[in-house]
Unconditional design. Structure first.
Length: 138
């Protein structure tokens, strides 16, 4: 006869802590059940299930079990990773009062094409007040 244990935890700094001192001696083991196909989906960087099937059939990953990967539910992290943010609306007025008060920066790279200096990464810096643009490569 199996018995289920129920615990109460406290959330401390985004981590749930369980008080395991209240466990009676009848509980021998604490386990969690997880579908192994979704576990491998998470382990291999949230790869698509069709790609996992292809990797398994061609035995491209050592230790990957021969499972049939089917997308029977939605991984909650995958849609979040594919979301994009819309651009901000352009301001009609300058909200800063002096130079160097607010910067907008964007780091990009590696780019497909090399710059004139032979670099693949870039940093764009814009001063909000003066509307001065700077670009560095490395």
């Amino acid at each position: 006869m199996s018995r289920e244990a129920h615990f109460i935890g406290k959330r401390i700094n985004n981590v749930y802590m369980l008080d395991l001192h209240c466990i009676n001696s009848e509980i021998n083991c604490l386990i969690t059940k997880c579908d192994e196909t979704w576990l491998w989906h998470r382990r291999i960087a949230h790869i698509h299930m069709q790609h996992l099937n292809r990797i398994t059939s061609k035995e491209l990953v050592i230790g990957l079990p021969k499972l049939k990967f089917a997308k029977d539910k939605v991984c909650e992290a995958c849609p979040r990773g594919k979301q994009t943010k819309t651009s901000f609306k352009q301001k009609q007025f300058v909200s800063t009062t002096r130079p160097l008060e607010m910067f907008h920066m964007d780091l990009f790279g590696p780019s497909r094409t090399m710059s004139i200096g032979g670099y693949y990464y870039g940093l764009v810096v814009v001063d909000d007040f003066l509307d001065i643009h700077g670009l560095c490569f490395w």
